[in-house]
Design a binder for this molecule. Sequence first.
Ligand SMILES: [Zn+2]
Ligand SMILES: [Zn+2]
Length: 353
Amino acid sequence: MEELITSIHLHTTFSDGTGKHSDLAQAALKAGIDVLITTDHNVWIEGMEKYFKAEKRRVLLLVGEEIHDQARQPQKNHLLVYGADKELCTFAADSQTLINKVNSAGGINFLAHPFEDSLPAFGEGDIGWLNWEVRNYTGIELWNGLSELKTRMKSIVHGVLFAFFPQFMAQGPKIETMKKWDELLLDGKKVVAIGGADAHALKIKRGALNRTIFPYEYHFQSINNHLLVEEGLSDDIRKDREKIITAFRKGHTFIGYDLPASTRGFRFSAQGKDVNAIMGDEINLGKGVTLQVKLPQKNPCRLLKDGTPIKYWKNRDVCTYLVDSPGVYRIESDIFYLGKMRSWIISNPIYIR
Ligand SMILES: [Zn+2]
Ligand SMILES: [Zn+2]
């Protein structure tokens, strides 16, 4: 299978980001990203999808949207929408109607930054997800690269530190979000997890401080989605878009925090009697299933079954596990970076029925 590195929660000058589509593409080419999907707030922009090329590299830029009810106070329930290929923000007032409209348009959707902290000192509220009664959404944004700032920024000192050295910030998804994901999975739902940069490349001007914080290049080297597809990119945008949306819909993807070390090459697969499966797939237990994990380098790794760790590996890059009971199995791997253990890889589950 081919692996595409994708960054799919991005804001441009069409909403509250500071870069144009072409700026994002240039930053992505430098960072080694294969696919970008922009998600401006409540605006779907037609005619922007294209391949950008530089020497031997290229990136496909696609356009999605981040939709929320702008009349609602306080602001909540942001939904990331991909592949619907039309403006749907008129349905923002009712999350379920919006999700249904996205699905019937052939798109996919993810509950954005479902749990957040607020930052009252900076006038920033928590824009989490409240409408948990909704059904038939594709998945949730498990780890959001900007939202995490609200959790990590305990004082103005942290603010200055992260503005100059963003690499100190990211540690992992919010515990509440991880818990909720496991709860939904345990409930029998298929819920695809994605990571979002939520890149804005905010420009801060305060006294002597005049800086772009969390530039696009930083985000593209940080929390990405590594998507597994049958074939790599072609020259046909329609075909490539379909391939990318389908792979996300199926959960053929893992979240990789690529800044400490590239997560490219990670694999989590299952071998049954006659069939193989990868992340996102279902497989029958039959007489037993062997799970196999391949890590790009030897880092601590654990296998979770129905949200509970059942096996730890400390110093291996290939790990196997013989499954003898059904459940939802997924992998987490951590990495020691800048004085702390941090989340490195979070796989989507393999559903053993
Ligand atoms: Zn948002
Ligand atoms: Zn956003």
